[in-house]
Design a protein around this ligand. Structure first.
Ligand SMILES: [Fe+2]
Ligand SMILES: [Fe+2]
Length: 367
């Protein structure tokens, strides 16, 4: 098999080749691209979601006001909940901190770098979502799900577009993809089971993104970022609902052993997502020893657990519960989520219906 990837190289046969053009990254996968001859609209939940998606499309070029001036330092301060030195009070002042020598200028730089890194990772994650939903169109055997997934492909293209443009025009500092996020996206895309694409992307990656966007939207006072997040969240809420509605049906039929495989996949994804927020690359860019910083944070920050890091799981945990994944196989995933300190979210609102209330696009048009 020869794949033209723009580098002129055969990426299909030489898995270990050095990526001559670092702008391209190929993931090998063997999947069944499935037709279905059953065109009956038998899944009303997915059907409703599809109608909603058709009516709530927006145009990133004309629906957002790109003319505003953005002050990256101000955005960083908002997102950090004040000065970065305040947010990392322990790191800034503790005598054993590896970065205790940082002054105000360095801490302000940390804030800007953190924000550029976080938004860059969301941009890369959005591209992962674009590829995953294109995959779901091909592999899911239900016609209602193929219809819906096709709308999500368009949504995700728009999300990549808005994050790339915001970073490029307003912040000006892109980060390459984080190693943990990249490994997770690769694993999701390399898996041949169609439900794993959903579980990895719709439930885990998008569940985390929805929670993070909600948090960022509350923190920021920058009008363009606020609007951008409001609209992206309207779409993301549908995407997570799509995952819950689809997998709920499938997972009712699976054996305990099959569910256990899904639990392990979900937990592995959770750990990698958590690690990606350790921002190794930021500490590196700041000239600090990232391992020393992470170790310091691990040993000194447990009493004042980072609200942002914990909130990231506020959608994932209730959605896993709704899918029956918390308590299958002797409560394996419940125990793991308890260990990493996120089980308290299990009874928070799950995302199967929440998309109606988060549809800011429809609200703006009605208003
Ligand atoms: Fe997205
Ligand atoms: Fe999404």
């Amino acid at each position: 098999m020869t794949t033209f990837d723009g580098t002129g190289l055969d990426s299909g046969t030489d898995l270990d080749r050095t990526e001559v053009d670092a702008a391209i990254h190929a993931v090998m996968a063997e999947v069944d691209t499935t037709f279905t001859w059953d065109y009956e609209r038998s899944r009303p939940g997915l059907s409703r979601l599809y109608e909603k998606a058709k009516g709530s499309q927006w145009n990133a070029t004309t629906d957002l006001d790109w003319s505003v001036d953005v002050d990256p330092e101000r955005v960083a301060a908002d997102l950090g909940g004040g000065s970065p030195a305040g947010r990392f009070a322990h790191l800034a002042t503790h005598p054993e901190s590896p970065v205790r020598h940082f002054g105000d200028a360095e801490w302000s730089e940390v804030g800007i770098e953190l924000q550029n890194s976080i938004l860059s990772q969301f941009m890369h994650g959005e591209q992962g979502a674009l590829l995953c939903t294109a995959r779901i169109v091909e592999t899911v055997p239900w016609v209602d799900a193929k219809y819906y997934a096709s709308t999500q492909v368009m949504d995700e293209a728009r999300h990549v577009e808005v994050f790339a443009r915001y970073i490029d025009e307003k912040l000006g500092g892109q980060y390459p993809i984080n190693a943990n996020l990249k490994a997770l996206l690769d694993d999701i895309l390399a898996d041949s089971r169609w439900d794993i694409t959903y579980l990895g992307m719709q439930i885990m990656v998008e569940g985390l993104a929805l929670a993070a966007f909600g948090f960022m939207r509350q923190m920021t006072t920058e009008p363009l970022l606020q609007d951008l997040l409001r609209y992206v969240m309207s779409d993301e809420a549908r995407h997570v609902a799509f995952g819950v509605l689809s997998l709920q049906e499938l997972y009712r039929e699976l054996t305990d052993a099959e569910l256990r495989e899904r639990q392990e996949f979900a937990f592995d994804a959770a750990v990698r997502l958590q690690q990606r927020f350790r921002n190794i690359e930021v500490w590196e860019r700041m000239g600090a020893d990232p391992d020393a910083v992470v170790e310091f944070l691990d040993t000194h920050s447990h009493e004042q657990a980072d609200v942002f890091q914990t909130m990231l799981f506020s959608k994932i945990v209730p959605n896993c519960k709704k899918l029956g994944l918390l308590d299958a196989s002797g409560g394996w995933l419940r125990e793991r989520f308890t260990d990493i300190g996120v089980i308290q979210f299990e009874d928070w609102v799950d995302t199967s219906e929440e998309y109606e209330s988060l549809d800011e696009v429809a609200a703006d048009r009605a208003g």
